[in-house]
Every structure is written in C-alpha cells, then in structure tokens.
Write a protein that binds this ligand. Sequence first.
Ligand SMILES: *[C@@H]1O[C@H](CO)[C@@H](O)[C@H](O)[C@H]1NC(C)=O
Ligand SMILES: *[C@@H]1O[C@H](CO)[C@@H](O)[C@H](O)[C@H]1NC(C)=O
Ligand SMILES: *[C@@H]1O[C@H](CO)[C@@H](O)[C@H](O)[C@H]1NC(C)=O
Ligand SMILES: *[C@@H]1O[C@H](CO)[C@@H](O)[C@H](O)[C@H]1NC(C)=O
Ligand SMILES: *[C@@H]1O[C@H](CO)[C@@H](O)[C@H](O)[C@H]1NC(C)=O
Length: 490
Amino acid sequence: MAGGKPTSVFALHIACLLCGATLCLPTTKILVIFITNFPDYDVDGGRDLDIFDINEEAGLNLVEGDIVLDEINAKGVNLKAFEQYRLKTCIEFKPWSGEDNYISIFKGGGCFSSVGNRRVGKQRLSIGTNCDRIATIEHEFLHALGFWHEQSRADRDDYVNIMWDRISEGKEHNFNTYDDTTSSSLGVPYDYGSMMHYSKNAFLNGTEPTIVTKIPAFSDVIGQRMEFSDSDLLKLHRLYNCTQGSTFLDSCDFERENICGMIQGEGKTADWVRIAKAEGGPNTDYSNMGKCTGSGYFMHFNTSAASNGDTALLEGRILYPKRGYQCLQFFYYNSAGPSDSLKIHVREYDTSNPNGKLRLIQTIDGSPQEQWQLHHVSLDVKKKFRVVFQGTKEGSGPLAGGLSLDDINLSETTCPEFIWRVKDFANVMDNTSPNTSIFSPSFTSKEGYTFQMELYPSGKTDYPGELSAYAHLVAREGDVGQKWPCPGNR
Ligand SMILES: *[C@@H]1O[C@H](CO)[C@@H](O)[C@H](O)[C@H]1NC(C)=O
Ligand SMILES: *[C@@H]1O[C@H](CO)[C@@H](O)[C@H](O)[C@H]1NC(C)=O
Ligand SMILES: *[C@@H]1O[C@H](CO)[C@@H](O)[C@H](O)[C@H]1NC(C)=O
Ligand SMILES: *[C@@H]1O[C@H](CO)[C@@H](O)[C@H](O)[C@H]1NC(C)=O
Ligand SMILES: *[C@@H]1O[C@H](CO)[C@@H](O)[C@H](O)[C@H]1NC(C)=O
C-alpha cells in the first residue's frame, strides 16, 4: 500500500553548535530554589569522583580557580543542561539576585558538587576541564539538588556486588552506602540506568570490574552519562512535587477520544477526524507505528472528500505562555494533492480581541511524502493563545488521501536550529562498516559559519561500535569575517 513500511527517522539536533556568542549567561551564579534540608555531608568528601577519570587526571590538587566568567564553552553547555531540567522537570534555574543560598559554578580541578543545599550562602559546584558535557553537568546538579550516587542506596547490595579487592587502595569510601533517611530512594526501585550510577570500572585497580550487577545484562548499562533516566526524573518529580516540566505547555498523541481538549475551529468547512488508518496513507499512526491493535490514532483531514477552498481547523486548548518563545513539534504525513497545504497559526487573545485573532506563523506546502515527517515551528507568543492547524484543500488531488497530524508537543524552548534527517537510520546503523562515515548537508550558523556534520555509524577504526559525530567547518566562496580557530565560538 501507499504508505509502505514506516521509515525510521533519526534527527540529530544541532541546536547549539557554533552559537556560543548567542548564549551569554549574565553571570555564572545560579540560584536553585532548594527545599530540602539535607545533612551537612559532602558526596565523596566534596568531590564527585564518579567522574573519576576526569578528576583523577586533574590530580589531587584541588585548584580552586575562581569564578570564570568567560568560560563560554562551559557556559553554553550549562545553559543546555538547565534547559533539559526545565524541559523535563519543574526545576527552574535563574541568575542569582542576592538570595541567601545559591550555587556558584566555577572551573575547579574536576567535576564535583555537595549534596543538597548546605546553606552556606555561596555553595560552589565545579565544572572543570573535560566536565563540560551536558550529562556531567546534569549529574553534578542532581547532587546539588539532593541526590547521592545510585550505588550508595541502602539497598544496593540486593542489586550489585561491590568487588572490594579490586578497588584501588584508599578509594573504598566511594562505595559507602547511606541509610534511607540520608539518601531516600523516594519509593523508586533501584535503577541501573540512573545517571547517578557509577560504571562497572569505577576506581578499579587492574582490569576486572569493581561493580558487578546481579543481573548481568545491566553490566554495561550502569554508568550511562547520556540523559536522565525515567527513575531519575521520577525521583526529582517526587522530591520537588513536579507535575510537569516548567517549559512544557502541551502535548497530544491523539490516543484518547477527547483529543487533549483540541477543538474544531470556528469557520471551518471540513473536519479533522481521529482515525487509525487512512486510505491513501498513512497506514499507521506515528506513536505506535501500528504495533498495538485497537490503538494508534492520529488526526486526518480527508482532502479527497473535500471541495476546493475547504478548510479544516484543529485548535489546541487555551494556553498561557511564560517565556515569550515556544517550539511546536509535530509529525505530519501528507498524502494530499500537491497544492493542498497545512498552515500553522496562533490565535491570540487580548482585550481588543476577546475572541482571539489568528496570526499565521508558517505554511507547510510542497509535494506529498509517503512518510511521517517531524516538523519544528518556532513561535513567539506572549499572550493567552491557542495553536491552530489549518488544512486547506486547494486543487485536484488523489482519489484517496489527505493531511495527517500526530504527536504534537509544545514547549517553551527554542526549536533546534538545524536538523539532519537520515532516512532509514536503522538500516544505516546496521549496514555501515566501521571507519565509514556519512555527511550531513551543510548548515550555516547565524554568525555565517558553514559547517557539516560527519557521522560514523559503526565507529572509527580505533573505536569500533562507538557511534561518533564530528563537526567540520566548511569554507565557502564569499565567506567574510569568519575566523578559525575562534575561541568562545564553539
Ligand atoms: C593495585 O594492586 C596491586 C597488586 O595487587 C597492589 O600491589 C597495589 O598496591 C594496588 N594499587 C592500588 C592503588 O590499590
Ligand atoms: C511537596 O509536598 C509535600 C507534601 O505535601 C510537602 O511537605 C513539601 O514541602 C512539598 N515540597 C515542595 C518543594 O513544595
Ligand atoms: C476520504 O474520502 C474518500 C472519498 O470520499 C473516501 O474514499 C476515503 O475512504 C476517505 N478516507 C478516509 C480515511 O475516510
Ligand atoms: C512529544 O513528547 C512525547 C513525550 O515526551 C514523546 O514521546 C514524543 O516523541 C514527542 N513528540 C515529538 C514530536 O517530539
Ligand atoms: C579510517 O579512515 C580514516 C579517514 O578516512 C583514514 O585516514 C584511515 O586510514 C582509516 N583507517 C583504516 C584502518 O582504514
């Protein structure tokens, strides 16, 4: 059938490459609103030795450099880490403005933080050399927010064996446990996938692992430094009573009949309908890809049944923005005619427009594509509003087909600036030999730097199996004013 096998899509988000100059933290002092009163302990005596390679390399002299105001690289990554907190939790970071207790980020000899609010006024958190990775920064802030390492939990001996005789002499204290009153598990089961878990080789002397998971399959899972695990987030949510991310506004996968409070807009001449399969495509929704029978819905405007000029308006629920900029993401499947289009509007409400006023943000046209496509649309709304999806039938089209929408998300974040889409990524991953790379199209940053991403799906010769990505600056005729190297502009 027309839709065929769904193509997997890999979107590499390069939101903040070469854009250091646009990411200026007013000050490196960050206030975290603490709510829990933790005992006055340091994790690992004040140093997060989980990031032990880095800290070991940094040597034992804790060079407490002062606050580095122009460490722009770390600044950019810090901001990205804060944005992840905003996106996924209700924790909001803001510049310090005289509060009694605050966090001061500095470039010390390693990556480390105390656990919780120690109520010392200026509480220092070090993002040293090589710590400027988003997951490392998230990890350190999890300490500051009150979390110990996962393998310090009181019940850890039920899940891992600590191989004491393989641990470097003098490092045994890193494997202490803390009872449930100090390190509450918050009712969440032991999590091998936690960002706060040490890796199997932490503090080893020799080659054999120091942490052996009781379920062998987790041996290489522990120590992940990619992103928050679901349990990391659940614990944060429980400790800070979060119900949703502080930048989250709305999302809908259309699995429920109430379609998340969305409505058919006034003035429409055709309807968006909630279906699981459309003649002419798509054959399945995006969320489930047809894997679950009896579910897997999306919204569809049947353009083949519509007359020229017909419009279908799907309007989101009323929202109240806090930040003035938003990113709308959604999946779109276009099996309609070549002149049919999807328009994204916002309907904004104020005293002079109590019933709202439509403002066009973007028109998505172009020829039909036989697959679900991820779209990002940047919004800049500052007042009460709704998002409006307007499908328009404009000309002749196929006998069956239309416009389909699924998995809509709206957050108060900036959209990724560049997206590289790799078709059938699973196949690329499976069938690319090591030391073989693929290149993205070239992208040009706001500052005029053109670059390309290079990806080794099966790793380079020395790192087989380790997917790696490189950014290449590309010189183009007509380039003016670009410098390389360009410190502070990475
Ligand atoms: C490492 O193991 C060797 C051999 O058992 C031992 O002599 C040495 O003291 C150990 N080093 C550390 C730092 O634990
Ligand atoms: C979370 O809720 C509990 C119970 O209602 C309350 O004791 C605690 O102070 C709340 N924490 C925050 C950060 O609001
Ligand atoms: C769309 O309309 C056409 C023509 O009326 C019809 O054949 C087709 O089944 C409809 N598609 C859906 C998904 O209802
Ligand atoms: C929307 O958010 C959900 C839950 O976080 C996620 O599963 C889905 O893939 C997101 N959709 C888009 C278009 O990013
Ligand atoms: C791997 O690729 C690089 C870059 O193309 C090349 O210089 C190198 O010789 C290759 N190594 C092997 C073992 O083929």
